[in-house]
Design a binder for this molecule. Structure first.
Ligand code: GLU
Length: 491
């Protein structure tokens, strides 16, 4: 029986902190999390920081914040601990060296003191014969363990390579089915570099063994590493986990996802006005579906239905526009009160101050109309800012609207609204429609100048409600101020 059958499943995500958390890693984390939750298992966040020159703790913070924001809670790992230490590879170099040592002694690995030039020559020879680059980089006949150790101890710089057994490797991938690698495609990979640091292959495999990982679900770009990890796991006397290679992410032009297709760091979405449940929902569709047309679902629903065997083989398309659309769906689905709270938070941050009772009430009045119209939370503050700050006119909007009959419209509206006793949406609408009729103005000609006068922009929430959300005095003053500015600029 394999480890997967005897106990709780254990899955991990292992990002390298060499940059901001990438959405490819987020999708992999999400699938691992979903599967762990579905099976009542353990989800682990491990930090692959063997590359000490490029790793940076601020990226570890970004990884932790990103996963927490999405609600991908983990049972063991960085920040939460567990039975395996810090879950950082940089703290385990001794363990990796010991594993390499074991393999050396068992004859499953060898010291390689060949120079870069020699190796390059072998690579070129393979290339010329259209063979895989590592074809001739095999154990030299004189690679004797004791002799190698003596040379290493005498200070000679060399690497430690895994000695591949020269047989094919076959495994069943939960996504791709039966996979087979021929011996030629599996090179004698380096496990320890000449500076004593472990490579990804060694560190990752040893960790997966030590942390008793039962399922490794990772990007298809790592498929060719898997036969190496399988051989290494066997050589270390352990059982290999079940593998699932997740489809690559493409942009809408069906090319490998890159910055050209939109932001590839989760952070950009976290700070760019996206809601975590919408991002969660969208990312879970990158290579998987509920099996129905239902595209909008929550975490629990997804976790109840998810299976790695249902993940598609073909590349998944990341479409930033669709993500924004889905975010809008989530914005509109928020309960009214919840949206008001969100809007209060957005505008308070925007203004750099708190809202008082009266201001909150006015915002709440307008909030349902804003909620219908925005896709991103970053659009909320600009839409309602006019309620709480002096107007600053967008020059383009002013030039477009403040001409022709605008002066007449503003004056007549000012008259009518100053005299209005019923300062409600209905009262305001009635008064302004009467103005349009009396002045013979179309809604566009007659109302757009008022919109610019009170909001500074020709795009705003609906006008009558926007006016009603302002105190009557402020609304009238703004119309008067616009009239005066128009008179000044006209003359
Ligand atoms: N550190 C590797 C990465 O960021 C982890 C790969 C794996 O899951 O084994 O892609």
């Amino acid at each position: 029986m394999s480890a997967a059958e005897t106990g709780a499943v254990r899955l991990r995500i292992a990002p390298s902190p060499t940059g901001h958390l990438h959405i490819g890693n987020v999708r992999a984390a999400l699938f691992n999390w979903l599967y762990a939750r579905r099976r009542g298992g353990v989800f682990i966040v491990r930090i692959d920081d063997t590359d000490q020159a490029r790793s940076d703790d601020r990226y570890i913070d970004d990884i932790i914040e990103g996963f927490r924001w999405l609600g991908l809670d983990w049972d063991e790992g960085i920040g939460v601990g567990g039975p395996h230490g810090t879950y950082r590879q940089s703290d385990r170099f001794d363990r990796y060296r010991a594993a390499a040592e074991t393999l050396l002694e068992a004859g499953r690995a060898y010291y390689d003191f060949r120079s870069a030039e020699e190796l390059e020559k072998l690579r070129r020879q393979a290339q010329a014969e259209r063979k895989p680059p590592g074809y001739y980089i095999r154990r030299p006949p004189d690679a004797d363990f004791e002799a190698g150790r003596r040379r290493a101890e005498a200070g000679e710089r060399g690497v430690i390579r895994f000695s591949t057994p020269g047989r094919p490797v076959e495994f069943t991938d939960l996504v791709r089915g039966e996979v087979r690698f021929e011996p030629d495609a599996i090179d004698d990979f380096v496990m320890l570099r000449s500076d004593g640091s472990p490579t990804y292959h060694l560190a990752s495999t040893v960790d997966d063994i030590d942390y008793r990982i039962t399922h490794v679900a990772r990007g298809e770009d790592l498929l060719s590493s898997t036969p190496k990890h399988i051989l290494l796991t066997e050589a270390l006397g352990a059982e290999w986990p079940v593998y699932a290679h997740l489809p690559l992410l493409f942009g809408t032009d069906r090319r490998k996802l890159s910055k050209r297709h939109g932001d590839t760091a989760l952070r950009a979405y976290r700070e760019g006005g996206y809601l975590a449940p919408a991002v969660f929902n969208y990312m879970s569709l990158l290579g998987w579906s509920m099996g129905s047309d239902d595209e909008i679902f929550g975490r629990e629903e997804a976790a109840a239905a998810f299976d790695l065997t249902a993940v598609q083989k073909s590349p998944a398309v990341f479409d930033a526009e669709k993500l924004a659309w889905m975010n809008g769906v989530y914005m509109r689905a928020m309960a009214g009160g919840e949206f008001v709270d969100l809007a209060v938070g957005c505008i308070e941050q925007d203004l750099g101050r708190g809202l008082d009772e009266d201001e909150r009430r006015r915002l709440a009045g307008l909030a349902p109309l804003v909620q219908e119209r925005v896709k991103l939370t970053t659009e909320v503050a600009p839409a309602v800012r006019f309620l709480f700050t002096d107007v600053s006119y967008e020059e383009r909007a002013w030039r477009k609207v403040m001409k022709g009959e605008a002066a007449r419209a503003l004056e007549a509206a000012h008259e009518a609204l100053r005299a209005l006793e019923d300062w409600t949406t209905a009262g305001i609408e009635q008064a302004l429609r009467a103005v349009l009729a009396a002045e013979g103005l179309s809604a566009r000609k007659g109302l757009q100048p008022i919109r610019v006068a009170i909001t500074g922009s020709n795009i705003s929430p609906p006008l009558f409600e926007s006016l009603a959300a302002l105190p009557q005095g402020a609304a009238i003053d703004r119309i008067a101020a616009a009239s005066e500015r128009l008179a000044r600029t006209d003359s």
